[in-house]
Structures are given as C-alpha cells and as structure tokens.
Write a protein that binds this ligand. Structure first.
Ligand code: GDD
Ligand code: MN
Length: 374
C-alpha cells in the first residue's frame, strides 16, 4: 500500500530531476512511495523530463500546471493529488537531503507527531554549505517576523521541507493562502488544532543546477501576507498599500514643488518675469501631476501587482482614468473639508477628514475603474 507521497514543486529544474529520483529511491528503501512533480509549465521542459522519468518509473508522476505560478499553491495541489496517507514537500534542487524522509515518516507513524519538518536553524543543523550568508541572514529575519506575527514557535517556519498527514492538510487546504513560498508557515498558522511538531536538523546544501526562484515579488508577497495576518482585518491590506503609496506621493509633491520653484523657475532663468503667485500655481500644478503619476506607477507595481497594467496603451489609458478618479477624489476631499469647517469643526479635523474621505473615494473608484474589471 502506498505510504508516502513526496511533492516536488518545480520551476526550471529539468537538470535536477533524474538524480533526485535516484536519491529518493535510495533513501526510501522498504517504503511504498510516489513522487509528484508539480511543474508550472517550465520553459526548460521540466515537465517533459518528468514524464520521461515516469515512463520508466510509474512511481513518478507529473502535474503540469498551465498559466499558474507559485511554490505554495503547487505544493497544495500536489498534496491534494495523491492517495498516500502521508505527504511531504521538498525542493527539487538537492538543497534538501532525502535521507531525512524515513525518520520523518517514522515520527508520524509513531502517532506522537502530526507534522515533521527539517529546520536549517535547529540545534545540529547547518547552512554553511549553502554558500549564501546573505540568504541565511534574510531567512533569520523572515523567521523572526513570522514567529512574531503568527505566534508559531519553530526555529525555521520558512522551511520548505516538511511532512504531515494528508487528511490534516486536506481538511484545511481551502483556507490556505497559497501565495508565495511560505507554505509551512501557512499550514501552521491556519490549522486550528494544535499540531504536534517534530523538528529535524537539516544540513542545507547548495543548489545543484539552475538558480533560485525567490525574487523580490516573493519577498513582497511574504511581507504583505504578514501584514494581512497582523492588521488586515482592521485596515484591509490593499487600502493600507494604497494609503502608504498616497503618503509617499505627498512627499513627492513637496519635493517636486521645491525643485521646480527653486531650480527651474529661478529669477534669471525662464519665467523670471511671472508673478510669485503664478509661479507657485504653475509649479504646484506640475508637482501635483508628477505626484499623481508617481502614485499611479507605484500602485500599479505594488498595490495592484496582481492586476498590473502592461504595455503603452493600457498604461496610458489607466493613467488617464487614474487622473480622472483623483480629480473627483480631490473634490470629495476639499468639499467634505469645507462642509466640516462650515459646521464649526477645527481646521485640522476638517482637513484630515477630507484627506481620509478623498483617499477612500480614490481607492474605491480606482480599484474598480482603473485596475478592476468594469
Ligand atoms: N511549481 C512551482 N512554481 N515551483 C516553484 C516555483 C513556482 O512558481 N517557485 C519555486 N519553485 C520550486 C523550485 O523549482 C524548487 O524546487 C523549490 O520550489 C524551491 O525554490 P528555490 O528557488 O530553490 O528556493 P530557494 O532555495 O531560494 O529558497 C529556499 O528557502 C526558502 C525560505 O528561505 C527553499 O528551501 C524554499 O523552500 C524556502 O521557502
Ligand atoms: Mn532551492
């Protein structure tokens, strides 16, 4: 009877697969296992290689996803695609030693533990062979943050190498975020019942072939995920991003205004004959447009990264819509402040309320009108 499925998420790992299957085979003697390679249609033909291996060894299966991306979601789908009662997830690039698998399986079989995982930071583990002191530091930081926000107390909740009972995973699979790399953390923070976790020290190796897929987007998504868990229910993540970008826009407007007034509109330079008021108004208009454009670009890159507009025409159209939205937002802003002031509220209260209402308006409208399907 099938005992264990090893899920291997892959993105351009063609050169690593064959030897990895050999290493699994060697490590898992006496255990009925299968390997599920979940490949996101890698351009290097990883899925073809997986199928070629599978032809000769049906224990190896390939799940090829089209138009999908992400380590965590690949792991979830792989774990749901097997009948094995126990599932493991590991990197396909030889950084995770398959020799730990039998011990992990035994820990679960004993009935004393629900989840086993390999830690790069446990007593007896090492990361020297990795050869990436920068990443060791970054992982330490990410782990500390993750522990803070989720209350998970493991030495390496960011680990990508773990094993658990499949029924536990499936019961809560629909509640996992499936975003980015943080699959273990996600499981630990999502499953309601307290999981009994056994830690295995890992000698984290250097990647065999190819390169890491952990990029800026993954890091950003990780931070967003933490925020979401931390404050997301009070101030929705997207609105928080939108607001942060807006605040940065205020700084940009001031900086641009100063620059235009003092550097370009110098007495002896052009426009020297204009009155001070005209110069200020012209400079402030330029500054406002620059700030708005800055906000548009940043929101497109960060706040709406998942719906990012690309290409000249869509960007131009989006920018124009954003400008329209913002001018209506400005009316809301000024109008509500004027109304509050007339009702006798303090200036500061009136202005701040105006800013908040204008931002909410901008946010609500642009999320539909600029980045949404309208
Ligand atoms: N299907 C799929 N889709 N697989 C992916 C994707 C994706 O978008 N991105 C990465 N993978 C696969 C890789 O092909 C590899 O097998 C595994 O996931 C881990 O990715 P790496 O690119 O090797 O990650 P790393 O070595 O830089 O990161 C290590 O540390 C992280 C935490 O610091 C890994 O151990 C991660 O698992 C861990 O979360
Ligand atoms: Mn790796």
């Amino acid at each position: 009877m099938l005992q264990l499925a090893i899920v291997l998420p892959t993105l351009n790992e063609r050169g690593n697969l064959r030897r990895l299957v050999e290493r699994l085979d060697a490590a898992l003697t006496g255990i009925a296992w299968e390997a599920i390679i979940v490949d996101d249609n890698s351009p290097d033909g990883t899925a073809d290689e997986a199928r070629a291996i599978s032809l000769a060894d049906p224990r190896v299966r390939c799940l090829q996803r089209i138009g999908r991306r992400g380590l965590a979601s690949a792991a979830i789908e792989g774990m749901c695609a097997t009948a094995a009662p126990v599932v493991a997830v590991m990197d396909a690039d030889h950084q995770h030693d398959p020799a730990l698998l039998p011990g992990m399986l035994a820990a679960l079989a004993s009935g004393e533990y629900d989840l086993a995982y390999a830690s790069r930071f446990a007593e007896g583990a090492s990361t020297e062979a990795w050869g990436r002191p920068d990443r060791v530091k970054a992982s330490g930081l990410a782990n500390a943050l993750a522990r803070r926000v989720t209350g998970v107390e493991l030495s390496d909740p960011m680990s990508g190498y773990f094993m658990l009972r499949a029924d536990i995973l499936r019961a809560d699979a629909h509640r996992l975020s499936g975003v980015g790399f943080k699959i273990l953390l996600d499981i630990l923070a999502t499953v309601d019942r307290p999981l009994r976790v056994k830690e295995f020290p890992l000698h984290f190796a250097a990647r065999a072939e190819g390169e890491s897929k952990l990029d800026r987007t993954v890091v950003f998504e990780f931070l967003i995920g933490l925020y979401d868990k931390w404050l997301g229910r009070i101030i929705p993540t997207r609105f928080a991003l939108f607001g942060t970008v807006g605040a940065a826009g205020v700084a940009v407007q001031f900086a641009t205004l100063w620059l235009v007034l003092h550097a370009l509109m110098h007495e002896r330079f052009i426009y020297g004959h204009w009155s001070a008021n005209t110069r200020f108004n012209l400079a402030n208009t330029i500054a406002a447009v620059v700030a708005m454009t800055f906000n548009f670009v940043l929101n497109n890159e960060l706040t709406y990264a998942d719906k990012r507009l690309r290409g000249f025409v869509p960007l131009l159209r989006g920018w124009a819509k954003f400008a329209l939205t913002c001018s209506l937002g400005l009316l809301t802003n000024i109008g509500s402040a004027a109304a509050l002031k007339a009702m006798g509220f303090h200036d500061l209260v009136a202005v701040l309320t105006g800013i908040v209402l204008g931002s909410v308006w901008n946010f609500a409208l642009s999320s539909k009108f600029v980045w949404g399907k309208y």
